[in-house]
Write a protein that binds this ligand. Structure first.
Ligand SMILES: Cc1cc2nc3c(=O)[nH]c(=O)nc-3n(C[C@H](O)[C@H](O)[C@H](O)COP(=O)(O)OP(=O)(O)OC[C@H]3O[C@@H](n4cnc5c(N)ncnc54)[C@H](O)[C@@H]3O)c2cc1C
Length: 347
């Protein structure tokens, strides 16, 4: 396994459960902030524009996350706050409404005036439609990463760090993973997030650095306050309450055009981007948005149409670039599918 973000750890988790012997390597230290999986929380939801993803998320909520919570012995999904999706006609809200209704998800469509009564902190300014996702919640992302690491260690899985892989190549009928030393294996699974084109040069993905802020917001506590996504005509803006409470994490989806999107460059969070997020927050909330408390950057690895890539990129190399800005919640299922693909090819 190359890469110890959520996808690498989930693939390793399922491979070990199937009976495989696994070694994980990562170029950075545990808990590093340079990729996509750091930070305390992520949104989970069933609302999506493609019925296939709605169905995948229904499975994640019914089976994958509960199994992970049971095996890791801790609460990873903070429910109770739900989520709201809103936006004007002409944005993607119509596609979301269609997809969730087709899949029979736990999502209700509310008239904006009913939504204002139900969620009085929100203005729902300019929104023609509001979806209330009752399956949604906040994932304890850092706790999931730590828990998977502990579980893998308890099964004897070694994580070698720092171990930067330069290339993977066919050797001796198997695969050589070449870095500070050479690891010979039957198969390699690459889950290297925004660095994926270094190891798989032709892959049609584009890393996109995100600028994320945490604003003081007294009401915002996971399990009590909704996560939200504002689906504009050509922008997506989202936020979620923190698990500790008292802050709202929020950002735009940045599609990654222009410079500044190389994951090896150290670029601080952009004040201009965060000011734009803040001014939109003041439109979506009646009151309560306090000063910016913290900021960070994080990476999406965008594929065409926000899709995920998870497939064989050579005979013995399976690549998971399931990272188009919204893949944490799907990690346990993506990991299961990738692990099964490798396990069955090995049989
Ligand atoms: C701001 C932000 C908000 C998000 N919000 C949500 C959300 O609310 N809900 C949701 O479901 N998802 C969300 N996501 C998406 C989700 O976090 C990512 O899709 C997911 O974390 C991707 O994980 P990964 O394991 O593929 O990549 P990463 O976490 O980037 O892991 C890749 C790992 O590979 C290692 N690596 C890379 N190259 C090499 C090499 N050559 N040798 C050795 N190691 C290497 C890196 O060091 C890294 O540790 C968000 C993402 C961001 C950035």
């Amino acid at each position: 396994m190359v890469g110890a973000g959520i996808n690498g750890l989930c693939v390793a988790f399922h491979l070990v459960r199937l009976g495989a012997r696994v070694v994980i390597v990562d170029q950075h230290d545990d808990g590093h902030p340079h990729g996509s999986s750091h930070g305390e929380e992520r949104i989970t939801r069933s609302s999506y524009e493609h019925p296939r993803w709605v169905a995948d998320m229904q499975r994640c909520h019914a089976e994958e996350w509960p199994m992970l919570e049971e095996l890791l012995g801790e609460r990873l999904v903070h429910r109770g706050g739900d989520a709201v999706f809103f936006g004007p006609e002409g944005g993607r809200i119509g596609e979301y409404a269609r997809a969730v209704s087709e899949a029979g998800a736990q999502v209700d469509e509310l008239d904006p005036s009913d939504a204002r009564r139900r969620f009085p902190a929100f203005t729902f300014a300019d929104s023609a439609r509001v979806l209330h996702d009752r399956s949604a919640g906040v994932l304890a992302a850092a706790a999931t990463i730590r828990g998977l690491g502990r579980w893998l260690a308890s099964k004897g899985v070694e994580v070698r760090r720092p171990f930067a892989v330069e290339r993977v190549e066919s050797r001796h009928g198997g695969i050589a993973v070449v870095g500070p030393s050479v690891i010979q294996a039957d198969f390699a699974v690459l889950t290297v997030g925004p660095w994926v084109r270094r190891l798989v040069p032709g892959l049609a993905v584009r890393p996109a650095r995100q600028h994320v802020g945490y604003w003081q917001f007294p009401l915002a506590k996971a399990g009590h306050f909704p996560a939200w996504v504002r689906l504009g005509v050509d922008e997506l803006h989202y936020g979620l309450p923190t698990i500790a409470g008292g802050e709202m994490k929020a950002a735009f989806h940045d599609h990654g055009a222009g410079p500044g999107h190389d994951a090896d460059e150290l670029v601080p969070p952009s004040e201009v981007a965060l000011q734009a997020v803040e001014s939109r927050l003041r439109e979506w909330f009646v009151a309560g948005v306090g000063p910016l408390a913290r900021r960070e950057t994080c990476f999406y690895t965008n594929a065409e149409d926000d899709q995920f890539l998870s497939s064989w990129t050579s005979d013995r190399v399976y690549t998971v670039s399931a990272c188009s800005g919204h893949a944490f919640k799907l990690g346990p299922l993506t990991g299961r599918r990738a692990a099964e693909a490798v396990w069955f090819r090995a049989r």
